[in-house]
Ligand binder design. Structure first.
Ligand SMILES: *Cc1c(COP(=O)(O)O)cnc(C)c1O
Ligand code: SF4
Length: 390
């Protein structure tokens, strides 16, 4: 098993892409490549062959000492799909994908303000895995499994711990709670990543949620199109369509994540008719530049993804090396508003420590307000007066 993995993983290096087009290789080799390519495009194969340890990863990347120490000492699960490895920059430790998924020793440092459960989700959990924070909607953690683990994950306390999926008993308890609360009209499936589940399992959950009359919309939050785009198949889309209105929200932080296969996955989802939104986390040294974010939002729109939330990084344990200053996020929004399409601009939010929920932050366009008028400035800093109704 071990040696088998080793040969297969060679394909995740750059030679994978060129393999099938190389005309100098023998027929037998070509057939072998075809078979391996077929395997590579199989999402189950991707999950079975995740890279989980230092020994395995160092065969593919020239790891820095900080990375090596990070992988050995981290307490938060490390694993990445062969696909994700294939789009990382092997030579550059500052590759934005590498920095998001490969731990460094900085992760071991916990600062005094950091928390295990930064958004106090556990306090708003009436049943296992069900978070009821807002009056009319709930978030359901179906699984703690992700295709690859982001080092800044706000749910590190749960995510990747056991790669465990909610039991049927737990699910029915959550369902019962939803049934008893008719004010709940929106169920957000999250995790972990709900799309790591099989079509059958996911359909079981969706079917049961859809049976509840007061549920108007279902949302799926996922990073799968980035970390395991092979998972998005026409079969999955056809199954999901049965449970419309269904909204899909993608977690995407950097334009480099929008590689060819990710674009194809997004196109499949958009062609199937699902409204696509996104969430982006501000991350130091990864996307904390205006031009990166502006181009990210433009690239998303080209894929029919509407930027939804831009997050200030939560104060989860071991994330201080990722956090930017709040004023940076505000500046990003200020540099977008007016200068580009309104639909390219997400809402900048802080998911407040202690469980206050998401609070939007906006640059201030109001200079002064009185009974008679409001004085405002536009994106070019020009001042305007709007007279109030007398
Ligand atoms: C983010 C979130 C939601 C959904 O919030 P929206 O602003 O409606 O997108 C619901 N429940 C929890 C616990 C959340 O964190
Ligand atoms: S995909 Fe989401 S839940 Fe999974 S590790 Fe990344 S941030 Fe956490």
């Amino acid at each position: 098993m071990k040696s088998e993995n080793r040969t297969e993983h060679k394909l995740t290096d750059n030679n994978y892409n060129s393999a099938s087009t190389n005309s100098n290789i023998s027929y037998v080799q070509q057939e072998k490549y075809k078979f391996l390519e077929y395997q590579y495009s199989d999402w189950h194969w991707q999950l079975r062959n995740k890279i989980k340890n230092l020994e395995h990863l160092s065969k593919h990347l020239n790891l820095t000492t900080e990375e090596q120490r990070g992988i050995v000492h981290t307490k938060f699960k490390f694993s990445i799909t062969p696909y994700l490895l294939s789009i990382m920059d092997k030579e550059n430790e500052n590759c934005p994908i590498r920095k998001q998924f490969i731990p460094t020793i900085d992760e071991i440092k916990v600062t005094p303000e950091e928390m295990l459960d930064p958004c106090a989700e556990d306090e708003n959990m009436p049943t296992t895995g069900l978070i009821h924070r807002y009056p009319d909607r709930v978030l359901l953690i179906l699984t703690d499994h992700c295709a690859s683990y982001c080092r800044f994950c706000t749910r590190k306390r749960l995510v990747g711990q056991q790669e465990h999926t909610m039991s049927t008993g737990e699910f029915f308890l959550a369902l019962d709670y939803i049934k008893k609360h008719p004010q709940i009209r929106d169920v957000l499936l999250s995790g972990g990543d709900p799309l790591t589940l099989s079509d059958e399992k996911l359909e079981f959950y969706l079917k049961n949620i859809r049976k509840i009359n007061h549920i108007e919309i279902i949302r799926i939050g996922t990073r799968i199109p980035v970390s395991l785009p092979q998972r998005i198949t026409p079969k999955l889309c056809n199954m999901l369509k049965k449970y419309n209105p269904l909204f899909i929200n993608l977690h995407i932080n950097h334009p480099k994540e929008l590689a060819t296969q990710t674009k194809s996955a997004c196109n499949l989802l958009a062609d199937a008719g699902f409204p696509l939104g996104s969430q982006t986390v501000l991350l130091k040294g990864i996307n904390d530049k205006q031009n990166i974010l502006t181009s990210l939002f433009h690239e998303m729109l080209k894929l029919r993804i509407r930027p939804y939330y831009l997050y200030q990084c939560d104060i989860a344990k071991g994330t201080s090396h990722f956090r930017t200053h709040v004023s940076f996020g505000l500046k990003v929004i200020e540099n977008l508003r007016g200068f580009t399409s309104g639909i390219a601009i997400p809402t900048f939010v802080i998911d407040t420590p202690g469980g206050g929920g998401k609070i939007p932050l906006s640059p201030d366009y109001v200079i002064s307000k009185s009974r008679n008028s409001i004085i405002v400035k536009n994106y070019e800093q020009k001042v305007f007066v709007y007279p109030e109704i007398k």
